[in-house]
Ligand binder design. Structure first.
Ligand SMILES: NC(=O)c1ccc[n+]([C@@H]2O[C@H](COP(=O)([O-])OP(=O)(O)OC[C@H]3O[C@@H](n4cnc5c(N)ncnc54)[C@H](OP(=O)(O)O)[C@@H]3O)[C@@H](O)[C@H]2O)c1
Length: 324
């Protein structure tokens, strides 16, 4: 069926996820008020899927925007799909519910549509989201992810979240959960970096074979946050092949980069705090890439990750050392 602005994917637990999500992460120096303004614009122009996280420290603002758009009658709560994330120092089972409740309190919402484990690697439990030792080295912890998952299942059963999933998991880490004795609910999604330079074809195929939705982040090439991303990496939206196809369709490179993922069955997140771009990035339903263009864009892949999370590379659960 043709994609349209209200298209969704059916998750393996029966819930529905809109195919385009509004991303809200911005580098630390950017005022959080822009996430609030952006979320309101996004809802006004038609986005119904909003992606944020405890770690982004923006849930107060994003929650306020959501509640304002409900209060002014633009949307009902049940029209929206909100994704939050369990930060990495909340993996111990007794802290999982606490992690969710902190977010719900910031958001001033009663439930989340989707709650996902933000990263497979765990940091030392405590108040500091980035705990370090006296030499500045991150302090790790190593709870069995299956115990964390059981605590996530309990949140779904308690009605605090509608669906549960994971993020930044590799194939082996997904298999740990899928093969777990007594598994009640499979992850509905794996949210991972996915764009023209890292098209994740193998992980996408694996996820599809297990009825897990691949949700792509940094589809536009990321915000190039200097704290996390190599500033010498190529700028995705300047790619010549992408630009040539965009020109042919009289579209922007961002629209083609997003449409490419939608046609592959990837749910797409895109962040912008610029109202005109927020609107433009949602206008993806009145053009289509043909199979030759899709093939050409497949050929742009470089297996290149913007967010390689290298500071955690020596963690036993660092996800990006495996092929996929
Ligand atoms: N699970 C995870 O670990 C994880 C990791 C990263 C991201 N995410 C989620 O995924 C979302 C999206 O990923 P991302 O934030 O890394 O980056 P992204 O969406 O790939 O790119 C955002 C950047 O692209 C710019 N941009 C947006 N639309 C544009 C357009 N039409 N033309 C030119 N530039 C445009 C934005 O600038 P302006 O804002 O100035 O317009 C911003 O600098 C995040 O916000 C977050 O919600 C999750």
């Amino acid at each position: 069926m043709a994609l349209h602005k209200d298209s969704y994917v059916l998750l393996n637990d029966g819930n529905k996820m809109p195919v385009i999500g509004y991303g809200t992460y911005a580098p630390q120096k950017v005022p959080k008020s822009l996430a609030e303004e952006g979320t309101k614009v996004a809802i006004d122009v038609g986005y119904r899927h909003i992606d944020a996280a405890f770690m982004y420290q923006n849930e107060v603002e994003v929650g306020r925007a959501i509640r304002e758009k409900i209060a002014d009658g633009t949307v009902k709560r049940e029209d929206l799909f909100y994704t939050g994330k369990l930060w990495s120092n909340f993996h111990t089972p007794e802290r999982v519910r606490h992690g969710l409740e902190k977010s719900l309190e910031d958001l001033q919402l009663d439930y989340m549509d989707l709650f996902i484990i933000h990263t497979p690697f765990e940091l030392k439990p405590g108040d500091d989201p980035f705990p370090v030792d006296e030499n500045g080295k991150f302090l790790y912890h190593n709870t069995d992810l299956r115990d964390t998952w059981k605590a996530m299942e309990a949140l779904k059963e308690a009605g605090l979240v509608k669906s549960i999933g994971v993020s930044n998991f590799n194939k082996t880490q997904l298999e740990w959960i899928l093969s777990m004795p007594g598994l009640k609910y499979k992850p509905v999604c794996n949210q991972v970096e996915c764009h023209l330079y890292l098209n994740q074809s193998k992980l996408l195929e694996f996820c599809k074979s297990k009825d897990i939705v691949l949700v792509g982040y940094s589809v536009l090439g990321s915000s190039r946050d200097e704290n996390w991303i190599d500033q010498n990496s190529p700028v995705l939206l300047e790619d010549p092949v992408l630009n040539a196809i965009a020109k042919k369709h009289n579209r922007t490179p961002a629209q083609v980069a997003m449409r490419y993922q939608l046609q592959r069955g990837v749910v797409v997140l895109a962040k912008s705090f610029t109202p005109a771009r927020i609107k433009q990035n949602f206008q993806l339903f009145d053009f289509q890439l043909n199979s030759e263009e899709m093939e050409t864009l497949n050929g742009v892949d470089k297996n290149m990750r913007y967010l390689d999370l290298k500071p955690f590379a020596d963690h036993p659960k660092y996800p990006f050392a495996d092929e996929y």
